[in-house]
Write a protein that binds this ligand. Structure first.
Ligand code: SF4
Length: 340
């Protein structure tokens, strides 16, 4: 019996994809290898969100090349978030390149029985200027809500205690078969399913985070009191250049409404420092935001230019030293606030 081994990088979306690849390979008669050396097929599920993530794959190709010398028949596959410019280079290092959307409808082989990853959509149409996702995963495709519900029911029946509804942008969800079912309606249906389980959602966008969605989150005990609401910058001019369609005033107002309706919410966010052209004054606006809003956790990342994105054409004029300085200042500030 042939054996497979999957290496997964990146977010829950890639974790979910790897579980589906595993299930589809086992349907074809493959068995999970306990270690990479005993595999006949190695799948690398890559992330492209930052250059460092791509560099990691280059490192992996060297390791796989050595393995291939020992086991020439071994087959290597690359999948996941791959941007065109990297794909052309990687084709020489892997036997095949697979598209992640091809196994979206495969029922997963869960790595942990108690955790069910349920992608509700794939891809994104928002084109934030720093982000590769629309180029790596393509345009937004939403799954049929009936299939999402049936899959969730089966995962709960199989023992899932935590259901993660996943999408690059969950609140852009619209059921292709029944457009009346948008994300709030889908969340309500999942929340009304019988069983003892919690629902997590990853990732929403402040853009169309409606009052109805807040209402439904507040009214269901099943929806976990965790929310990651990426803000990305505290400066309106930078948000505009990031093509993030909200202002800081709108973001603060949204956080106020969420905290009013769900006072025990555990709120986290993502922020990028050193975006092209970000002045010290604009960075001060980000600091000001984090002094005003108490987040439970903040994922601070230094801007990493990504080929193919609109921001790639902008002059990356904030030096690495200055990016590091801003990264340290923000981390120190949010860590101190977290302790309060
Ligand atoms: S909404 Fe998220 S996934 Fe989509 S382009 Fe923006 S950052 Fe990327």
């Amino acid at each position: 019996m042939k054996k497979y081994f999957i290496i997964t990088y990146g977010c829950q979306m890639n974790e979910a994809d790897s579980e589906r690849i595993a299930a589809s390979l086992e349907k074809k008669g493959y068995k999970l290898a306990s270690e990479i050396e005993s595999a006949d097929l190695i799948v690398v599920n890559m992330c492209s969100i930052r250059q460092t993530a791509v560099d990691r794959i280059w490192g992996k190709t060297k390791e796989l090349a050595k393995l291939k010398i020992k086991k020439p028949k071994i087959k290597t596959v690359l999948t996941g978030c791959i941007v065109k410019s990297d794909k052309n280079k990687f084709t020489k290092c892997f036997d095949e390149i697979w598209q992640n959307k091809d196994y979206l409808e495969t029922f997963p082989k869960c790595r942990e029985k108690t955790v069910g990853f349920v992608p509700i959509s794939n891809g994104c149409n928002n084109f934030c200027t720093y982000c590769v996702v629309p180029y790596a995963r393509g345009s937004l495709t939403c799954r049929n809500s009936k299939k999402i519900i049936n899959e969730t029911k089966l995962l709960i029946k199989n023992g899932a205690k935590e259901i993660w509804l996943l999408g690059q942008n969950v609140n852009d969800y619209i059921c292709p078969k029944n457009p009346k079912i948008k994300f709030p309606e889908l969340l309500k249906i999942v929340g009304d399913l019988p069983g003892d389980f919690q629902i997590r959602l990853m990732s929403p966008n402040p853009k169309n985070f409606t009052d109805k969605l807040i209402e439904i989150m507040a009214s269901s005990k099943k929806i976990a009191r965790f929310l990651n609401l990426p803000v990305q910058s505290g400066d309106n001019e930078i948000l505009k250049r990031m093509n993030r369609p909200y202002t800081i005033e709108q973001y603060k107002n949204l956080v106020r409404k969420i905290k009013e309706k769900i006072p025990d919410i555990n709120l986290t966010t993502d922020v990028i420092v050193g975006f092209p052209g970000e002045t010290k004054k604009q960075f001060q606006n980000t600091i000001k935001l984090f002094k005003e809003i108490k987040f439970n956790l903040v994922y601070v990342s230094k801007y990493s230019k990504r080929s193919g994105t609109a921001a790639f054409l902008k002059k990356d004029n904030v030096s690495l030293e200055e990016k590091k300085r801003r990264w340290q200042i923000l981390n120190k500030l949010v860590n101190e606030k977290e302790k309060q």
